[in-house]
Design a protein around this ligand. Sequence first.
Ligand code: ADP
Ligand code: MG
Length: 367
Amino acid sequence: MRVVLQNLTKIFPSRNKKSNEEVVAVNDFTFEIPDGKLIGLLGPSGCGKSTTLYMISGLQKPTSGQILFGDEDVTDLPTEARGIGLVFQNYALYPHMTVKQNILFPLQNLKGADKLSKEEMMERAYNAAKLVQIEDLLDRKPSEMSGGQQQRVAIARALVKMPRVLLLDEPLSNLDARLRLQTREEIRRIQRETGITTIFVTHDQEEAMSISDMIVVMKLGVVQQIGAPQDVYDDPANLFVAKFLGTPPINVFEGTVRGEKLYLAEDCVMNVPGVADQDVFVGIRPEGFEVNPNGAMRCSLNNVEVMGRDASVVSEHPASVNPVVRSIIDSDIRLDLSNKNVSFSLKAHKVFLFNKDTEERIRFEVR
Ligand code: ADP
Ligand code: MG
């Protein structure tokens, strides 16, 4: 099911009676979620992810704008009539019911033409349980299961009504690191198998990048950039997006462009054809550095952390905004730590310039 958001806005009135400051939680969202895709809504806490999801689900009413499922305007439809499945961070299972009863629950309230026979309900519940691989745990109570298993039950319960759209709000946040990794792969598999259009909310860029067909990066209720994860990583629209994606994060410098050349402090590090003279922010991805004795970027070397295939070089540079510069190089390249300095040349396509005031991207031709 294709989902379209049109100028979707949510304004909360001020909580504080004295001030009249309202919160624009979601500001004029317009985008389309293609049928059968998994979309990651990504941004820091408070940027309006949950509010967006709740409006799509019908739990919250937009201040203005429309929501379409396919060609149908669902903006004023109640939640029950939208055909959605919802999964939250805290699995919210009924503690006194077994897994089977929890999964069956949404089917038991179906009315009229949607009403199912007992056998049909059982079959649906079993299939949903099988999909999330808990079919052997149907008689347990939630308290007898791990967090990961409980979240699977919650996903099965959301799937059992065969929703048109599956909405997941930070579903992995309560799981430990290993389970998070495993469960996110599971969600991806289930999404592929069912082909249900899925909207996945997270503040964790790695999580969103790893499973989404498309990510929507948000900040303070405003969409910053939409695209395939790798495209957004490779071509960030502004400094916020550049900083939000990537581990280790992008290195940020204060630089100057003079005569189509980029200077970081005294170092003339690169040609930037077509860029006017100005002060800029410079973002360099950790993989954008190449150790090169003749490289123009001269750093003082702090440490080298070898991590199997890669080595992380920790150094300092006078133009760096952050205390240290982190670069990732091939671990075969041995750096002599008794040497206090290291020089790098830069890979031009891993270097991004941003306007010092607006923090919007300034593009140059990469030759
Ligand atoms: P996220 O899920 O990205 O962390 P939310 O959508 O929960 O963000 O919140 C977005 C903004 O809206 C925040 O500033 C939050 O404080 C505010 N907000 C959320 N729900 C309400 C509410 N019911 N009343 C007032 N303000 C709210
Ligand atoms: Mg939230």
